[in-house]
Design a protein around this ligand. Sequence first.
Ligand SMILES: C[S@@+](CC[C@H](N)C(=O)[O-])C[C@H]1O[C@@H](n2cnc3c(N)ncnc32)[C@H](O)[C@@H]1O
Length: 434
Amino acid sequence: MPPRPPTAALQRSPQRASPGRQAPGVLTRNAALALLAAVFERRRPIEEALDALPSTLEARDRGAAHRIAAAVLRRAGSLDAVLEPFLRREPPPVVRAALRMGAAELLLLGTPAHAAVAATVEVVPRPFAGLVNAVLRKVAAEGSLEGLDAERLDTPPWLWSAWHAAYGPAVRAIARAHQVPAPLDISLKPGVTPPEGAVELPTGSWRLPAGTRAADLPGLAEGQFWVQDAAAALPAKLLAVKPGERVADLCAAPGGKTAQLAAAGAAVTAVERDPRRAARLRENLARLGLDAVVLETDAATWQPDGAGFDAVLLDAPCSATGIIRRHPDIPHLKRQSDITSLAETQARLLEQAIRLLRPGGRMVLATCSLQPEEGEAHLARAEALGLVPDPIAPTELPGLEEAVTPRGTLRTRPDLWADRGGLDGFFAARFRRL
Ligand SMILES: C[S@@+](CC[C@H](N)C(=O)[O-])C[C@H]1O[C@@H](n2cnc3c(N)ncnc32)[C@H](O)[C@@H]1O
């Protein structure tokens, strides 16, 4: 019998147990399997798959499914290495995903063996139940992640090579940083008291431990803060806008940087092409009580009336390899060929962004990518198009001087600030138009 696709498994109730004898946690594992099928089989983002889970699924089950799926996505290579000696031939994708899930629960998440095995067996097609039961019992008894070259196993070879070429031996620390969930960083509205337990970072963001849910923090609904990694908060800081300045924020949703610019008193025009994301940007600004003009249009062709802007922030769409800690599906979704086409899109947006500046105006170009093609490679192009570099001084980022390159650009990496819980990977460069 061919394996059932996991989405079908999700809609069906237990495939093996008779009614009333369902192992606890089957709903959770079915949901986790659906998330993994979206990423591994259909190459769709896990966020989209989370939105597609049945609305009847309780928040607790949804959260648990997300945790299991994220652990698998972070450590898929290592988990496969543990499973390898117990498999005689390649199982169908749904069975491979279930085995990875079970192994992740046993070896990473501390689920008791009987619970992890029993619930996982329930969600695979019946003909594979015996295999999954036997393999997971062996993993519970003999499996170990010790002694594996986990950093390499859990990183696609093309990313490893690219990071090794760009950052040398630090590639290992970057890969290690991807193994664990990131802390929750927030930006506070000026004058607001930080939530209890938050620690201030040298760059002004506030940090809460990994696993903290923003929705559980007091002040979210009241618009006292927004979620934003400490590195993601740097490009808008580097633009150093003054009250009243006219600023264009290109590629703006969900609006972390728009909020920073608006909170600093700038007159912001935020441009976002995706209607759903533009709606989210508007909602976020409304929640925060901040003002910006939100335009739902393509920044690459947008031609505003009137004088040029004092400043432009271009937070260009990119491969997002700098935010794998928060989005562990990215290495499974992106391919090397994506980098070239994204870099071309960024170059087109950069060209347009320059036209929006008044003479003497400032620009910050940013991407949340670790790939030099989406960062440093744009410097020569920007200069050829008439921008003059405005180097960032290390003194502008006290406590994070190591992220300022000799050329005066910003390069954060997930392995920086390791003792504080790391940072997302961002590139930013600042320019002036002559
Ligand atoms: C990296 S995210 C921006 C994050 C945002 N700046 C923030 O700080 O919250 C990139 C955004 O650019 C949008 N985008 C992509 N291409 C665009 C284009 N040509 N014009 C306008 N928006 C675009 C995407 O829909 C996405 O919302």
